[in-house]
Structures are given as C-alpha cells and as structure tokens.
Write a protein that binds this ligand. Structure first.
Ligand SMILES: Cc1cc2nc3c(=O)[nH]c(=O)nc-3n(C[C@H](O)[C@H](O)[C@H](O)COP(=O)(O)O)c2cc1C
Length: 182
C-alpha cells in the first residue's frame, strides 16, 4: 500500500472480525493520527475512550438488551451481538463535547468525524480493519455512565478494530458528484 490515495480508496468497513491482536503501537499511531484532524477554532472537541474487558462486557449487555427489546430475545441474536461487540480486539469510543452553540457543535462534530476517518485510515495503512458503528447503545444511560461521559458529551462512534475476517467488496459508489462552474 503506497500512497494516501491507495489507503483511502481501499479502506472498507469491516463487518466481521476474527480473533487476533492489534499491537499497542498500531493503536497509539492511529489515536495520534486522529488528533491531527482539522478543527475550526481549535476547540479540540474530541476524547477517545478505550473500554477494557469489564466495560466491553457491560456494553455488550446493553447492546443485547436494546436489540432484544426490538427483535425479541434469541440465542442467534445474542451470538450475533456477541460477535459484533466482543470479537474485535479493540474498541475506541469517540466522544464529542457538545457546545451549547449549535453552529459550533456542528463544526465540532465535523472535526470529530475527521478524527474518526484519520483513525480508521491509519489502522488500515497498518493492515488492520475497523468499523464505525452507531446506534442506541451509544445513547443509553447505563452505557453513558459506564463510559464516564459528562452531561455535555456525546459518544459519536464505536470504532471496532481488529483483524478482518472478510473484507467486503466495495459498495457501488457515485464518484461524479462534482460540479464545475465557470
Ligand atoms: C456516521 C456513520 C455511522 C455509521 N454507522 C454504522 C453502523 O452503525 N453500522 C454499520 O455497519 N456501518 C456503519 N457505518 C459505516 C457505513 O455503513 C459504511 O461506511 C458504508 O457502508 C460504506 O462502506 P465503506 O466504509 O466500506 O466504504 C457508519 C458510517 C458513518 C460515517
């Protein structure tokens, strides 16, 4: 993988991970890359929370509770939530401090999204897979408490990280959304 262009074009959202270790230095490099994201007004709106096994188990329980309430409990559902939430070797939760001023909060979310992309591209350049996940667990009060979120903070992304089991084929992508003006 040679240029930044190759890295950008070949990164995929990984839905299935296999067991295996992501070295600390790979994760540290990715977290550093995340913090090089552009950020208007230099508000540094992000924080990266790294849940350990106890917290991940709790997040799994919350995810399972939310999905079971929606779909009805089943062994298949539990296995699927377990696979999604406990198999990836690492989890980074990206947290935004939400400014009271909506325009600032919007720009800060944009900065946090840039940070997530930097994080995922760095991991991919080092040969590891990632997935940006969202959903009810990020907003759940029990999960928020376990993650140590402050009242003015929003968890905007689970970034699941590990060894890809399957690298999906790229989704069809319109790449002509460009308007040239005189
Ligand atoms: C804000 C945001 C939230 C996302 N949430 C999810 C999610 O909850 N589950 C999921 O499978 N993918 C999620 N994705 C990943 C997209 O589904 C994925 O980027 C898209 O399918 C394109 O695939 P690619 O990343 O391989 O190019 C999210 C992406 C973004 C930017």
């Amino acid at each position: 993988m040679s240029t930044v262009h190759d890295v950008i074009a070949s990164r995929r959202t990984i839905q299935r991970f296999r067991p295996g270790t992501v070295p600390d230095e790979v994760l540290e490099r990715a977290l550093l890359a995340a913090q090089h994201a552009p950020n208007h007004k230099l508000t540094w709106p992000w924080r990266f929370v790294l849940p350990g096994p106890v917290t991940r188990e709790l997040l799994f329980r919350v995810g399972l509770r939310i999905k079971s309430a929606r779909k009805g409990p089943s062994a298949e559902l539990e296995a699927s939530v377990r696979r999604n939430m406990l198999v990836p070797d690492r989890l980074v939760v990206v947290v935004q401090r939400v400014d009271a001023e909506p325009a600032r909060a919007e720009e800060d979310y944009a900065a946090c999204a840039c940070a997530v992309q930097n994080l995922m591209l760095s991991l991919h350049a080092d040969g590891f897979g990632s997935k940006w996940g969202t959903g009810g667990t990020l907003r759940d009060p029990e999960a928020r408490e376990a993650l140590g979120l402050h009242a003015d903070e929003s968890a905007i992304a689970f970034v699941w990280i590990g060894l890809p089991e399957i690298v999906p084929t790229p989704p069809p992508r319109p790449v002509d959304r460009v308007t040239h003006l005189p």
